[in-house]
Write a protein that binds this ligand. Structure first.
Ligand SMILES: [Ca+2]
Length: 325
């Protein structure tokens, strides 16, 4: 187990370490909090315009492709986010929001689909103020904390997310998919800018583990002094969008991407449209969550879990290739 550092360099309390182990299973990188970041690239307000397909739904944001330096450009710390390497991407669309409970409910109502949490032994959840356990009767619409149809759906495995997408494609006649990991980071950094969090270089503007969360879960490691007002998940779009118009990439819920994980993948991944490693034991997650240490929400932080894993911190966002309906 890697040492997990928070910003004061002390280790997390044991309870939080357990949460990370259960909720995330494997710390794939060594998250190191840093307030230092390089100055952002000069904004180019027109660079993302002009090629949107008018038939795409409004909740899909066009992202013009390009090349950027993927990985941990902020520290010298060895991690799976090294080495920094150039990646070039085609145009694509990214969901403006994480998939909501209301959207997922449409899927289950129409198909009778049961998630892996429902069919098996539940969903990793919080118990009391600082312990996490897999609770058998916890699943996407019964998570143990308040949710509305506008909240991001959680307790969703990668397999569940994939099944939702296949249903949506059949229903709408499109080619939705998950973002690749490289697309996710490119979009979270507003087309590859040097942003440590998706909100850019300003003060935090997302639902992360904060003072509000610690009021109900005292064992959390939080962003000290920050209060986002949400103890659990927040309705999607509660915070300002990034420069591309995409909400909640840093924080709220971890987002499954399409890539399989692979040790040292960044050392040999292809430059053009990388689509993931060869080790089919786990899928990559990005963006951190409402209940995890704030550094998990960094744009360059990488984690993975089994494709069947589910937890109250895990949901997903959809994507679509450009040039197709
Ligand atoms: Ca919060």
């Amino acid at each position: 187990m890697n040492k997990i550092k928070k910003h004061d360099t002390t280790l997390f309390p044991p309870t939080v370490l357990i949460v990370v182990l259960l909720c995330v299973l494997t710390i794939y990188a060594v998250p190191v909090y840093s307030t230092s970041s390089q100055p952002p690239s000069a904004p180019d307000e027109t660079a993302n315009n002009g090629q949107r397909n008018k038939e795409m739904p409004d909740n899909m944001v066009f992202v013009k492709g390009g090349c950027y330096q993927m990985g941990d450009i902020f520290t010298e710390e060895p991690s799976s986010s090294k080495p920094v390497h150039e990646v070039c991407l085609d145009d694509f669309y990214a969901g403006k929001y994480e998939i909501t409970i209301g959207e997922f409910r449409n899927f289950t109502a129409e198909t009778g689909y049961k998630t892996e949490a429902e069919k098996q032994d539940g969903c990793h959840s919080w118990v009391g103020d600082g312990t996490e356990e897999k609770i058998k009767n916890h699943y996407w619409s019964n998570t143990g904390f308040p949710q509305t149809d506008n909240h991001p759906v959680v307790c969703i495995s990668w397999n569940d997310a994939n099944n939702y997408i296949q249903w949506l494609n059949k229903k709408e006649g499109r080619n939705y998919r998950l973002l690749t990991e490289a697309e996710w980071e490119y979009a979270a950094r507003s087309r590859g800018k040097n942003y440590l969090y998706s909100w850019g270089t300003g003060k935090p503007a997302g639902n992360i583990a904060d003072e509000s969360a610690r009021e109900v879960l005292s064992g959390l490691s939080i962003w000290e002094g920050y209060r986002d007002g949400f103890s659990y998940t927040a309705p999607v779009g509660s915070f300002i969008a990034n420069e591309l118009g995409i909400h909640d990439m840093s924080g709220n819920v971890y987002e499954w991407v399409s890539d399989w994980q692979e040790k040292d993948y960044y050392s040999h991944s292809p430059r053009e449209n990388p689509s993931g490693g060869a080790d089919r034991t786990g899928k990559i997650l990005r963006g951190g969550a409402w209940d995890l240490q704030p550094e998990t929400a960094r744009t360059i932080s990488r984690y993975w879990n089994m494709a069947g894993a589910r937890a109250v911190c895990i949901g997903f966002r959809i994507a679509h290739p450009a040039g197709q309906n």
